[in-house]
Design a protein around this ligand. Structure first.
Ligand SMILES: *[C@@H]1O[C@H](CO)[C@@H](O)[C@H](O)[C@H]1NC(C)=O
Ligand SMILES: *[C@@H]1O[C@H](CO)[C@@H](O)[C@H](O)[C@H]1NC(C)=O
Length: 400
């Protein structure tokens, strides 16, 4: 009994013990769970915190990126601006260069003038070296014909062939009607000519001998023309328009009477005045296919130097000289568009191959003559009886 009681007691005790034990375990587990829950809450909080932080960071990054992008744009724009400025500076440099190089030889021109003022005596005393230097640089101005800016058809006076020109110094206009004659018509200005009823309104000048072809020139108050009588040598005559008398004549440098321009066979020589003075274009013989050029002393008619231009006479209709460069104008027998297809520069700066083909606007027929006026930079053309003014644009030569 006693044993049983003890057993029961011990069992009950054990039960109580176990209950205690389980209670403790339960408590422990519950505490753990709570702790874990707390932890989880903490983690959740932390995660949330991190998440918002990441979002913030992302936002910040985006803003910074945006800023960078904007700045990049600004920098690109700045770079563009800088490139433009560079371009401008380069262009200015080019301009300055083109301005300064010819000026360097303008000094040379002063020298020529000075020496001319000192007269022949002084010139003969000059050193040989100086003379060759003077001689080799014949032209000091630096204009190149680059395009035809505009055309003005002024009038229709006289026959299909003829020549008209304007004295760059006096601005008087001279009309040579036809291909030969002893009369020249003078108008006081281009405006007078354009308003006139024709040559009947002009002052007619009767020359002491006949002019021949469209090769005349008027320069500084003198009229220069080609005299070509059947039985005498070809001559260049210098006529003083003020006193009305011949002041000088010179025999043509060659015996040839071959026509200079094959499309205008009446012209056997062509006088041209430019900024440098007086030039003579001629054919040195019948068999010579190319045009020859001579620089003339406008006061004495002396020939100072001659060149072979290598520009063919075949299909040529006219030529003109700008700053020591000859521009030969070609056409076809059935007149089409006139064009400058060959040029020759006495200073070898402008080269034919480099120059663009320059077309004249299509007009009535072909040019009987083209005379350049250096003061106005325009050409006086005679086209099938029409008097036409071509205004030219020029650019500056780049002297090496
Ligand atoms: C112009 O010359 C042609 C011949 O070449 C002549 O028939 C005409 O009458 C001349 N005109 C004037 C106005 O002299
Ligand atoms: C004429 O000029 C051409 C170039 O246009 C050249 O080939 C030819 O040799 C020249 N002729 C003479 C005879 O000088």
């Amino acid at each position: 009994m006693k044993v049983l009681f003890f057993f029961i007691l011990s069992t009950a005790w054990t039960l109580i013990e176990a209950q205690h034990y389980y209670q403790g375990l339960m408590d422990y587990l519950e505490n753990r769970l709570l702790a874990i829950e707390d932890r989880m809450q903490l983690w959740r909080d932390q995660f949330h915190h991190y998440h918002t932080e990441t979002l913030d960071f992302k936002k910040l990054t985006a803003e910074v990126m945006d800023g960078l992008r904007k700045e990049h744009g600004l920098i690109a724009k700045d770079l563009e601006g800088a490139a433009e400025r560079m371009d401008r500076v380069e262009r200015e440099m080019e301009f300055v260069e083109s301005q300064t190089s010819p000026r360097a030889c303008a000094k040379q021109a002063d020298k020529v003038v000075e020496q001319e003022a000192w007269g022949l005596q002084e010139r003969e005393e000059e050193e040989d070296e100086d003379w060759t230097e003077l001689h080799s640089r014949v032209s000091d101005c630096a204009d190149i014909f680059s395009s035809i800016r505009s055309v003005k058809i002024l009038k229709r006076v006289g026959s299909p062939k003829g020549m008209w020109t304007r004295d760059p110094r006096s601005s008087k206009v001279y009309i040579f009607n036809g291909t030969s004659g002893d009369t020249v018509f003078q108008f006081n200005s281009v405006r007078d000519f354009s308003r006139s009823a024709g040559v009947s309104d002009s002052k007619s000048i009767k020359l002491p001998s006949e002019w021949s072809g469209a090769g005349g020139a008027v320069y500084n108050g003198y009229l220069y023309y080609i005299k070509h009588d059947a039985d005498t040598d070809v001559q260049i005559v210098k006529y003083d328009l003020f006193s009305g008398s011949v002041t000088d004549t010179a025999i043509f440098p060659v015996e040839s009477r071959a026509s200079l321009y094959k499309l205008n066979p009446e012209t056997i020589a062509d006088l041209a005045a430019d900024d440098e003075g007086l030039w003579l274009l001629y054919a040195s013989s019948d068999s010579e296919p190319n045009i020859s050029l001579a620089k003339m002393d406008a006061s004495t008619l002396d020939i100072e130097e001659t060149w072979d231009t290598r520009c063919p006479r075949e299909k040529a209709e006219a030529a003109f000289v700008i700053c020591g460069t000859v521009y030969v104008v070609y056409n076809t027998r059935l007149a089409s568009r006139s064009r400058v297809e060959c040029l020759f520069d006495v200073n070898d700066v402008v080269i034919s191959e480099e120059a663009p083909l320059l077309y004249f606007p299509r007009r009535y027929g072909s040019h009987a003559s083209l005379k350049y006026n250096p003061e106005e930079k325009q050409l006086y053309g005679w086209d099938d009886g029409y008097q036409i003014i071509y205004r030219l644009t020029t650019k500056r030569k780049v002297l090496a």
